[in-house]
Design a protein around this ligand. Sequence first.
Ligand SMILES: [Zn+2]
Length: 224
Amino acid sequence: MFKYLKLFIIALAGIIAAFFITVIFSNSNNNTTVLSLDKDLYTKLTQEKFSISIPDEKTTQSIITVKYRPLVWGIVEADFNDFKTKVKETLNDTRGWKRAGLQFIEVENGADVDIILSDPASLGATPGCSSELSCTTWSNQVIINDLRWREGTEASRSANMSTRDYQHMVINHEMGHWLGHHQHETSCPNGGPAPIMLQQSTGMRGCDSFNAWPLDWELWTNKK
Ligand SMILES: [Zn+2]
């Protein structure tokens, strides 16, 4: 009798051990799958940047479509049609976010994000924004300051950045926020051109040169 009980206990222990080993291995596999496929979740879990590696052959291949709608707020001095043309040029430039596998399409309805040319007062009245600079909100609004759009900032002018390059820079910087770059880069430890997500409008923080385009290591997004 005791012999059978002993055998039964050994068999039961074996089954339980096999069950736990299966659970442990299947969990580790699941984790690997989640982390490699769900970049958004990965970013949230780690609170770190998720870099998409872009093979050379994909640099001009668009894989994520962003629909944007140009709008105007208040009374602006810049020409709105010119603004729309320049926004389109910047977003579709091969030096820009396109390199992260994005393509941008202008739409009138059903936009993912609005790109708004705003007078400084309307911008200043928007929560979280100031009338001094441009701004991106959690309501999918990239808001460009009409005054800065036409004149740049003191920092951009003293760095001899052309108005057109400033316009490229401000569109790329604010679009970068919308694409998931919520934090600013704050320094240039090795010199070189400024990252697009550094606030070049207010100073260079050790960077050698003004730069209107995302650097290679900034080419990531949490959009799908
Ligand atoms: Zn910013």
